[in-house]
Design a protein around this ligand. Structure first.
Ligand code: NAP
Length: 725
């Protein structure tokens, strides 16, 4: 394999790993731009590494996101295994590779951009060279802030290592648009459309500008449609949800040749559903049972365990889709006509989620329902492309302004609304992109994941899930309520209601009463969130921490343990559950089941916290949050973890609880070490030497060292977390 620092490659591979579609669509934009700039580029998802022959690639741009507790996206699980194997003890396995990485993450969660960091470390350790510094984009402050300048800098760096047919790779960046400041570029009228929410955006600053900078260039359309002469598919105008509980092309998915057959999607029937929170509770939590029938789900039989999760393929809201179709001016008959998608340019790839429609016929209505995300946060390439389809100059100018450096504040205000694509189309009323253009601009609609809260040892023929119906209100500062006099009261709040994609749909299916059949697939369990069999850990204590629906997998763990204990002559090992909810009567999920596990001694100890029920707290001497209860029992927890080799599982929200519990655990380790300083040398001994400070003081343990101890527990799989974004 030739390798010299000035070797110029003829090919560039853009590879992505994406959980929610962001990394996919950003990498697709890079790929599109690379081709336009004259690079010979290809674009692939990481798990297709056999197809694109990863080991032979020489110039690669990675765009990878991080999910949960620093985990890589599901569509890179197989790639990681292969990479680990190839690089394990070979420090020159990738010495032929030049790469750069754009990582996407969120600093609200622990292990920021862990996928990008790990990939970087592993490739460098295997001899690869970075041709351009990695970029780490933070969703907490806005991905664009890093993504745009990083992409701007990529082109000249890439031109040093890969052939480019254009002379000036920089040319279209930072373009300047002359602004036609028309008088109507002021406050947009709040459009009152039932399914759409008005966007309150202040464009007044724009009126003072004569030019703007930093507008990305518009991507070129890649899809064209060819109608096929077939009977029209279904009409959704009646809103008959049970008719659309599976995508029309689901049969292709059932036969999809997955490398791990247990992950192949299948059709499952919803056999029961009930609300387990009181009507007055803040959130509506439903428990739903799905049947694993013999024929459909044979490939997962015997292949799932308590602690696994599965994906549900849910459609967008039918009313939202119908409203988009109406807004685009598409006649109902045309929206339902079967069509194929074709590439406009043979050299260009179609976005991955649209490729199936080159061979399978589908209507625009079905693609909008099942294949594209209508509610993901808008990104600048989308707004820039939409600007090309405005018949009114004022709409075009506002969209360009939103993509510019000067329009950043308004762009952030737009994203704070979490608008759907329909909201955008209503905010810029003359914007009417052709439907095939709209679907290629939108990110893919990702399936939604839920933990299985039962165990196959109890009943292998069903999957039970517990989920909150996602409906919430955003409160956005109304920019037009501020009076001239800045000393006046705070600005008024504009309320915007939003709904999730999957859970309101599942609730609607449950309410319809019929046994709906939905498409599901087991999700790869990347972090080994499983309770080991009792026979393998006969006396090992187990701690479980799961507030809210985070308790779901622990119900499965306890079912498994209960069954194993029935078949064992040994005494039950010590098991302790920390659960948290708001009230002792409104949202104490699985209360009866948990009590039964206490009664039958499967669960040795239970600590329940009530965050908004001070009466119950006072009566039961309970704490507010799970981490408060853990701190209260700090000595016992430290003893279990440090002296009794206990296993600790944490499940739930990554952003708040996951971080806070981790912090409390570090405090617990520090407190214990302060009381029992004789353990400090052996604790420090167990840590990797590279992580220890040079001026090591073995008489006390710092918080940073305690966090290292937790890391060691994670590596040893004694502290296992299943954290959800
Ligand atoms: P939730 O109802 O929002 O909260 C449950 C309890 O946790 C409440 O008492 C809440 O108190 C408290 N809480 C809030 N902030 C906390 C913090 N920083 N530390 C500790 N406790 C805190 O819970 P949920 O909506 O069910 O969320 C659980 C999480 O688990 C979600 O991220 C969900 O995605 C994930 N999850 C879901 C499943 C599933 O299959 N559906 C499975 C596993 C995990 P206050 O609100 O009073 O502050």
């Amino acid at each position: 394999m030739p390798h010299t620092s000035n070797y110029i490659d003829s090919q560039v591979a853009i590879l992505y790993a994406s959980q929610t579609g962001n990394a996919e669509s950003i990498s697709y934009n890079i790929y599109e731009d690379a081709v336009k700039r004259g690079f010979s580029a290809s674009w692939h998802v990481l798990d297709d590494y056999e197809k694109f022959k990863f080991n032979e690639l020489r110039t690669v741009v990675f765009v990878v996101s991080t999910t949960g507790d620093g985990d890589p996206p599901d569509n890179s699980a197989r790639f990681w295994r292969v990479l680990r194997k190839a690089t394990r003890s070979n420090t020159s396995a990738y010495s032929h590779l030049r790469f750069t990485i754009l990582g996407l993450g969120d600093t609200n969660y622990s292990n920021f951009c862990n996928t990008a960091q790990r990939l970087d470390k592993q490739l460098l350790a295997a001899g690869a060279t970075a041709f351009y510094p990695k970029g780490l984009a933070d969703d907490a402050t806005g991905l664009e802030e890093t993504v745009e300048p990083w992409i701007d800098g990529l082109w000249p760096a890439l031109a040093q290592v890969a052939q480019c047919s254009q002379q000036d790779v920089d040319q279209a960046t930072d373009q300047l648009s002359k602004l036609d400041v028309s008088t109507d570029a002021q406050e947009p009228e709040a459009t009152k459309v039932q399914i759409s929410q008005p966007l309150l955006l202040d464009f007044q600053h724009m009126a003072q500008l004569t030019s703007i900078t930093g507008v990305p260039r518009a991507s070129a359309p890649v899809c064209s449609v060819v109608y096929v002469d077939e009977k029209s598919p279904r009409d959704i105008s009646s809103g008959a949800v049970d008719m659309v509980s599976c995508p029309p092309w689901y049969k292709d998915l059932l036969n999809s040749n997955c490398n791990d057959p247990s992950l192949t999607p299948f059709i499952s029937t919803i056999v029961s559903a009930k609300q387990i929170t009181a009507p007055e509770a803040l959130k509506r939590t439903l428990v739903m049972d799905l049947e694993l029938s013999d024929t459909d789900s044979q490939h997962v039989k015997g292949c799932w365990r308590a602690g696994d999760a599965f994906n549900i393929y849910a459609p967008n809201d039918t009313a939202l889709v119908a409203a988009i179709i109406a807004k685009l001016g598409i006649k109902a008959h045309d929206a339902q006509r079967p069509l194929h998608l074709e590439k406009k340019d043979a050299k260009m790839e179609l976005p991955a989620h649209l490729r199936r429609f080159t061979t399978a016929a589908a209507s625009i209505q079905d693609i909008l329902l099942w294949s594209v995300d209508l509610s993901s946060l808008p990104r600048k390439p989308l707004l820039r492309a939409l600007a090309e389809y405005c018949s009114e100059n004022s709409d075009r100018q506002r969209l360009l302004y939103l993509c510019s450096k000067q329009g950043l504040k308004t762009f952030e205000a737009l994203r704070a609304h979490m608008p759907t694509i329909l909201d955008l189309l209503h905010a810029f009323p003359s914007c009417t992109p052709p439907p095939e253009r709209l679907i290629e601009l939108l990110p893919p609609l990702a399936p939604r994941s839920y933990s299985i809260c039962n165990a196959p040892q109890m009943d292998a023929t069903k999957w039970r899930i517990a989920f909150n119906v996602v409906e919430y209100e955003l409160e956005i500062e109304d920019p037009f309520s501020r009076s001239e006099d800045s000393s006046s009261a705070a600005p008024a709040l504009h309320r915007v209601s939003r709904r999730g994609v999957c859970t309101p749909w599942l609730e609607q299916l449950a309410k319809s009463g019929s046994k709906s059949r939905i498409l599901v697939a087991k999700r790869p369990n990347l972090n080994a969130f499983h309770l080991p069999a009792l026979a393998d850990i006969p006396q090992r204590p187990v701690l479980m921490v799961g507030p809210g629906t985070g308790v779901a997998p622990f119900i499965g763990f306890l079912e498994q343990r209960f069954k194993e204990l029935q078949q064992s002559a040994d005494a039950a090992p010590f098991t302790w559950l920390f659960f948290g909810c708001r009230s002792s009567v409104l949202d104490y999920l699985f209360k009866a089941d948990i009590q039964q596990f206490v009664d039958n001694k499967t669960l040795s100890r239970l600590s329940v916290c009530f965050s908004r029920d001070s009466d119950a707290r006072a009566q039961l001497a309970a704490e507010k949050y799970v981490q408060d209860a853990m701190l209260k029992h700090a000595d016992e927890i430290a003893d279990l973890m440090l002296n009794q080799n206990a296993l600790l599982f944490v499940c739930g929200d990554a952003k708040g609880m996951g971080k806070d519990v981790n912090d409390a655990l570090a405090t617990i380790v520090c407190m214990y070490a302060a009381k029992h300083p004789h353990i400090i040398p052996s604790l420090l001994e167990s840590l990797p030497k590279s992580k220890l400070p040079v001026d090591l003081d073995a008489s006390q343990l710092s918080k940073a060292q305690a966090l290292q101890v937790l890391m060691q527990w994670s590596v040893q799989k004694r502290y296992v977390r299943d954290l959800w974004a």
